[in-house]
Design a protein around this ligand. Structure first.
Ligand SMILES: [Zn+2]
Length: 283
């Protein structure tokens, strides 16, 4: 499932093809996504220059000059592939290709989503903050306003495990399952500690490590798990090496605990999701 770094990578990949361009063709081939693609609403975007693209949590926001914004969520398996004119002979559409966008530069951009949990919608740009899915969102982790005191305030009264809490979009957005395990490992915090009992010192470290891990993942082009593809249709670079995620039973990369004695990296299930951690390093 694409997480924040993958969505950032997709947004940045689309930017050079969409920013300043106009859409001259919008073909909804199959509207069935989590919410059906609103083909009629999309028509207001035709022939209107695109002002800019940005990301909010795991949403890609494409702002148009007529004060409309296209909101895209990639769900579990959503992806965009960009076809410049010379590559368009390679296009072979099938039932998983939901939307074909053509720009005034004759670039084709295809939205594909085999599991169909994605979402495409159009809203008034000035009403975006009251759009329901965006309304509930907490702070952006890479924003400089996301600090230890903000995190502490958002965790007060939260009597749930810190791992579960930092994955709550109301606490901070975009810290998915992989990055939650990794950030807690780097900050030396046990994933089962009650959220409102993590010390101020450790919360400050956690904020730093969340920012660090997300920036590192963005730099490597997203971690690219399973179905995720970047906009060039390429798989990931796999430059990003996880410390604990998906490494149950392996030796911890930091401490010298022997696997025989401690069992190495553990896997537990919290709120239905796997958590990976080192019992020695994380307290
Ligand atoms: Zn360790």
């Amino acid at each position: 499932m694409p997480e924040l770094p993958e969505v950032e990578t997709v947004m940045k990949g689309l930017q050079p093809f969409l920013s300043g361009a106009e859409i001259i063709g919008l073909e909804v081939r199959s509207p069935q996504l989590r919410i059906p693609i609103p083909a009629r609403k999309l028509k207001v975007l035709m022939g209107v220059p695109i002002v800019k693209l940005e990301r909010r949590a795991k949403y890609i926001l494409i702002h148009f000059a007529n004060e409309k914004t296209m909101i895209v969520h990639l769900g579990m398996t959503g992806s965009f592939t960009v076809y410049p004119p010379k590559k368009q002979a390679d296009i072979l559409l099938d039932r998983h290709d939901h939307l074909v966008i053509t720009t005034d530069k004759n670039v084709k951009i295809i939205y594909r989503d085999p599991r169909r949990f994605g979402m495409i919608d159009v809203v008034d740009t000035d009403k975006m903050s009251s759009y329901k899915p965006l309304q509930i969102l907490g702070p952006e982790p890479l924003d400089k306003n996301f600090t230890a005191s903000v995190l502490k305030a958002n965790l007060s009264n939260r009597k749930i495990a810190i791992k579960v809490a930092i994955m709550d979009q109301k606490v901070v957005v975009g810290v998915g399952n992989i990055y939650a395990s990794e950030a807690l490992f780097l900050a030396g915090i046990s994933p089962t500690t009650q959220a409102n009992e993590v010390t101020d010192q450790k919360l400050a470290l956690l904020v730093d490590k969340i920012k660090f891990i997300l920036k590192a993942a963005i730099k490597s082009g997203g971690s690219t798990l399973r179905d995720y593809r970047n906009v060039g249709g390429e798989g990931g670079y796999f430059q990003f090496k996880f410390s604990v995620y998906d490494r149950e039973g392996e030796a911890c990369p930091v401490c010298d605990c022997s696997i025989e004695k401690t069992g190495g990296i553990r896997r537990i299930v919290q709120a239905g999701r796997s958590t990976f951690f080192c019992k020695t390093c994380q307290t």
